[in-house]
Design a binder for this molecule. Structure first.
Ligand code: HEC
Ligand code: HEC
Length: 500
């Protein structure tokens, strides 16, 4: 029997992106407004929902600096061990069922330095003993934050091939069939109930886009914010089942960023925000505090990561020309690289960047209650969600490895990102991660342009691999900053970007 439950257990790390007006008082003190241009910022929310959009959103300036805030110190080596070996998710598949279905992992998907329980598991799974003394296996952070690339595991690379198109709840039922020990059955029932609770809220129409924000919201809705106790029935209105697509940011960018998430909403203590993966099964404040004690180490490990180097030769003369074009056209938002690097930590308003605004704007309209839950909860004790109507201009280190591009993964290559008229409206790729799947000239994934979208694709399995930029939240418009460049300048910028 081979069951595909690699994705099951889904730790949510991520959090709601809703846009709410800043709270009264000065919770916003850390935000420095560079220049005010309210007239140029029509209410983007109105494009999606006139009635519900808060009128204040129009005041978001084009560029806002998010200032860094103090973080707890930690030990990166302890953090690596904790990330891979510890039970921060709190429940999982009983080990006997896991062993029966999965066996040992091939060597190329294992990671070194793991403890004896975990040595034979794939990088994305962790085996541990739960508080009820049952040994279980659950997905860890690397399910979404690790990926194969060119035959090797890259820790911290967002998984752009994860498949959330299935119904995870059905798979959860299958696991129960092979269990006989009462303690394992009880443990499976807990895990299975959680998975079934969230499965309608994490089902995506295509492979490769991530539902973590909605997943977190679904879990928040079932928890008391103060005691963290789980409620079988939701305690507030559940999130929508139409899930906005998100591309998982690379962890090695974190050391340069003062906030977490595409919309810059993760503020205050980042280690605390990262551990919201625990909202799947950690049901008491005492257990959450024990996890919180080692999460500064996990964060320290994340901050120690470096991007992988581009695996082919680059032309230093062209790259240097590209650096100059980049400095003139791109550094304002994305900073400078190399010795004495600078990074402005800008949150760019949706009107200024022009990319699909739904992630930044839509959730505010529908989901402010989840921001409120977090900020009132135990998790909000030293951290905050402060979503605004814009996207972070991310650092571009290792950008060659992180295709597809933009917050929703709507653009397959850097060449298409920099010349907006060439971006495909409908496209598919293999989801393979070998260099044979990779386009080293356009920098990104090889892909096939298709002449129709989901509405005209009757075959369900073909739909699952068809990126349709006309779906809500999947738009590929905006970020036209490369358009005014000559094609030679664009090629030079791409050559330079390979070297970051
Ligand atoms: C189900 C998939 C999933 C899992 C599991 C997951 N994450 Fe995430 N993570 C995401 C997504 C998606 C985002 C981006 C969300 C956004 O910006 O809206 C994200 C964002 C982050 C960020 C912020 C990155 C940035 O530059 O803004 C950090 C740090 C992070 N996750 C750490 C973790 C840790 C640590 C764990 C495990 C405890 C974890 N994540 C588990 C999907 C996941
Ligand atoms: C006004 C600010 C601004 C300027 C100028 C700008 N960018 Fe961006 N860039 C952004 C923002 C904001 C995003 C994220 C948008 C989104 O994902 O919706 C982004 C995203 C990107 C990404 C994709 C990142 C990823 O991980 O998917 C690349 C690559 C990029 N920019 C390159 C460039 C280059 C090259 C230039 C110059 C030709 C440039 N940018 C100019 C603000 C800017």
């Amino acid at each position: 029997m081979k069951i595909h439950w690699g994705l099951l257990l889904l730790a949510a790390c991520s959090t709601a992106e809703p846009i709410v007006p800043p709270p009264p008082g000065n919770a916003d003190a850390a935000v420095v407004v560079l220049h005010e241009d309210a007239a140029a910022a029509p209410d983007a929310a109105a494009r999606f929902d006139d009635a519900a959009a808060p009128a204040d959103d129009a005041a978001m300036p084009p560029l806002t600096v998010l200032q860094p805030e103090a973080q707890r110190a930690g030990d990166p080596l302890l953090g690596y061990a904790a990330l891979l070996d510890r039970g921060y998710v709190g429940c999982g598949v009983p080990d006997s069922a896991y062993r029966l279905a999965m066996g040992s992992a091939p060597m190329n998907v294992r990671l070194p330095g793991r403890n004896a329980l975990n040595a034979d598991l794939p990088y994305s799974q962790t085996r541990y003993v739960t508080s009820s003394t049952v040994t279980v296996v659950s997905a860890n952070c690397l399910t979404c934050h690790g990926s194969m690339l060119d035959g090797r595991v890259v820790v911290g690379l967002g998984n752009a091939s994860a498949d959330f198109t299935g119904d995870q709840g059905q798979t959860a039922d299958l696991v129960g069939l092979v269990l006989s020990r009462p303690d394992e059955i009880r443990e499976w029932q807990k895990w299975s109930e959680r998975v079934k609770t969230i499965s309608p809220y994490i089902q995506m129409p295509i492979i490769g886009v991530n539902p973590a924000d909605n997943l977190a919201n679904a879990l928040f809705a079932h928890r008391d914010p103060t005691t963290l106790s789980w409620s079988t029935t939701p305690l507030m209105e559940m999130p929508p089942t139409t899930v906005l697509p998100v591309d998982v940011p690379a962890w090695w960018l974190g050391k340069h960023k003062s906030s977490m998430f595409w919309v810059g909403s993760g503020r205050g203590d980042h280690a605390r925000i990262m551990m919201t993966a625990s909202t799947l099964c950690v049901d008491t404040v005492a257990e959450a505090e024990a996890i919180d004690a080692y999460f500064p180490d996990v964060r320290a490990f994340l901050m120690s990561l470096e991007p992988p180097a581009f695996p082919m030769p680059t032309d230093p003369v062209v790259a240097e020309r590209g650096r100059m074009v980049f400095t003139a056209n791109c550094s304002r938002c994305h900073g400078t690289y190399g010795a004495g690097r600078t990074y402005p930590n800008f949150l760019v308003s949706t009107d200024e960047v022009g990319t699909d605004a739904l992630l930044a704007v839509g959730s505010s309209v529908y989901a402010a209650r989840f921001v409120d839950w977090f900020n009132r909860s135990w998790y909000g004790g030293n951290a905050r969600l402060e979503p605004k109507q814009g996207y972070i201009a991310p650092p571009l280190d290792g950008i060659w490895a992180t295709a597809p591009y933009l917050h929703n993964g709507s653009v397959p290559t850097l060449a298409a990102l920099l010349e907006s008229s060439t971006r495909p409206a409908y496209w598919r790729r293999t989801y393979g991660t070998a260099m044979s799947d990779y386009d080293s000239a356009a920098v990104g994934w090889k892909h096939t342009v298709v002449d129709h979208g989901h509405a005209d694709e009757p075959n369900a399995s073909l739909r699952r691999t068809l990126y349709d930029t006309t779906l809500l939240g999947y738009g590929n418009a905006g970020h036209t900053f490369g358009d005014p460049l000559t094609s030679e300048e664009r090629l030079a910028v791409i050559e330079y970007l390979k070297t970051l």
